[in-house]
Design a protein around this ligand. Structure first.
Ligand code: SAM
Length: 332
């Protein structure tokens, strides 16, 4: 069946079309951002229950056959996964896939950028919370801002455009850096997205929070940015852009103004667990079903059944204690 045929599409019980899959290719990371992973989180060994490249391609292919056109490789830090460019190339070649992107912390990007671009990754999101080396080390636990900046340069040179910078904003830590980050993004033509901290895991709950709905508006005024009107399916951020369109500023406000009504995504973890919502426990153990010999047709049936159970919304504001898994484990 053709992926663009309506009956090949996934709809949940709230009428939302699910056409975006985020795939965590590892739950490990070389940084320990205070709001994300605890200091004593696991090392770099690869557990036996991780999906192999072939298993990942098989599962992603089934989703693409069900009308999922957009896939993002994430983690953990995806560039730590062995053979990431080969894996990306295999996924990029799936018929029906229209957009393959990747999220990275940028520390290893300088040596991967060319291969990722050649593999068919079309867009990159890079985490960058500050341009101050001390502040960077304080947030991430490592003194390697220079590596990330080198990675950004390499990504531009490799031809990635646009490049989005994801800045998680915390009061008293990097809130005062937002202006500098806007200027930096203007200078380089990056899309800067400010993100509110979410109470995911103990780490996320301990993070300090800033309401970005108002901060975004203030920054837009300060830099003379104009509101952008984007169509449905353009993601959770609200954007402003410079008059020449060279730079955009976005805010992602899961806490102050949630956007669950427009949610179009589900997440596949590195052991094949399908998480139906970032802020709920509802899931499907696709890895186990695959290991026990389920056919593609059976996996499709289970995926459709799970999507029909996708929760209406997260409960971060009313039940912040709910999600104990860390962002890197779900596939942030
Ligand atoms: N390592 C990759 C990266 O840095 O983009 C991909 C995984 S990382 C978990 C994805 C994004 O989640 C990053 O931008 C990170 O800052 C964000 N993140 C992690 N924990 C968060 C939290 N508690 N609240 C908001 N964003 C969070």
């Amino acid at each position: 069946m053709n992926a663009s045929h309506p009956s090949a599409s996934l709809f949940d019980s709230f009428g939302r079309r699910i056409d975006y899959l985020r795939v965590s290719v590892t739950d490990r990371c070389d940084l320990r951002c205070t709001y994300c992973l605890p200091k004593d989180f696991k090392g770099y060994e690869e557990p036996a229950d991780w999906l192999t490249h072939a298993e990942m391609k098989r599962l992603v292919g089934i989703f693409v056959g069900l009308g999922v056109g957009k896939v993002r490789l994430t983690g953990g830090e995806p560039l730590l996964r062995r053979g990431i460019a080969d894996l990306a190339a295999g996924i990029a070649a799936l018929p029906g896939l229209t957009d393959l992107s990747l999220s990275s912390n940028g520390t290893q990007l300088a040596r991967h950028a060319v291969a990722l671009h050649a593999a068919g990754v079309s867009r990159l999101n890079i985490s960058l919370d500050t341009l101050d080396a001390n502040c960077f080390a304080r947030i991430t636990g490592r003194d390697c801002l220079a590596d990330v900046l080198e990675g950004l340069t390499a990504a531009k040179e490799a031809g990635f455009a646009p490049i989005k910078l994801n800045m998680v904003v915390q009061s008293d830590i990097n809130e005062a850096e937002v202006e500098r980050m806007v200027e930096f993004s203007m200078q380089h033509g990056f899309i800067l997205r400010l993100i509110e901290t979410m109470p995911i895991g103990d780490t996320g709950r301990e993070a300090s929070y800033v309401d970005l709905s108002t901060l975004g508006q203030r920054m837009a005024q300060r830099f003379g940015l104009l509101p952008q009107v984007l169509g449905a399916g353009s993601g959770p951020a609200r954007y402003w852009s410079s008059a020449d369109g060279h730079m955009s500023l976005g805010v992602i406000t899961p806490m102050s103004q949630h956007f669950c009504a427009a949610c179009n995504r589900v997440r596949l973890s590195v052991n094949g667990t399908l998480y139906l919502c970032l802020g709920q426990e509802d899931k499907l153990d696709l890895g186990m079903l695959m290991l026990s010999g389920s056919s593609d047709a059976e996996l499709r049936w289970h995926i459709r059944e799970a999507i029909s159970r996708k929760p209406e919304r997260h409960e971060f504001n009313t039940r912040p204690e709910k999600i104990i898994r860390f962002m890197a484990q779900t596939g942030g």
